[in-house]
Design a protein around this ligand. Structure first.
Ligand SMILES: [Zn+2]
Length: 96
């Protein structure tokens, strides 16, 4: 997921690296240029897991970052995926 930001906003995000590097990380679009702020040395796998953890912890779809509103009736916990991705994955399962 990449956020469209102005150059001013991106400068603020870069300043945030000092205070809260975890929050500053992500993909940003400034015009047609993509800027990516990553933790140095992390493998792709670690980055993906960190992203999923962060999204899961804030109740967002781990796939696209959309707010998850529905809870799993069995566990009482929010689903890990938004409605769109939950139905996509269910369809994939049925096709296999
Ligand atoms: Zn989603």
């Amino acid at each position: 997921m990449q956020k469209k930001v102005s150059l001013q906003a991106l400068l603020k995000i870069i300043q945030q690296i000092e205070k809260d590097p975890e929050k500053a990380r992500g993909d940003y679009l400034v015009g047609d240029t993509r800027v990516r702020i990553l933790r140095a040395g992390a493998t792709t796998n670690e980055r993906v897991r960190a992203l999923y953890r962060r999204r899961r912890a804030s109740g967002l779809c781990i796939n696209c970052g959309a707010k998850v509103k529905k809870k799993n009736p069995y566990t009482g916990q929010l689903y890990r995926l938004c409605e769109t991705h939950r139905s996509e994955i269910d369809h994939n399962r049925q096709r296999r």
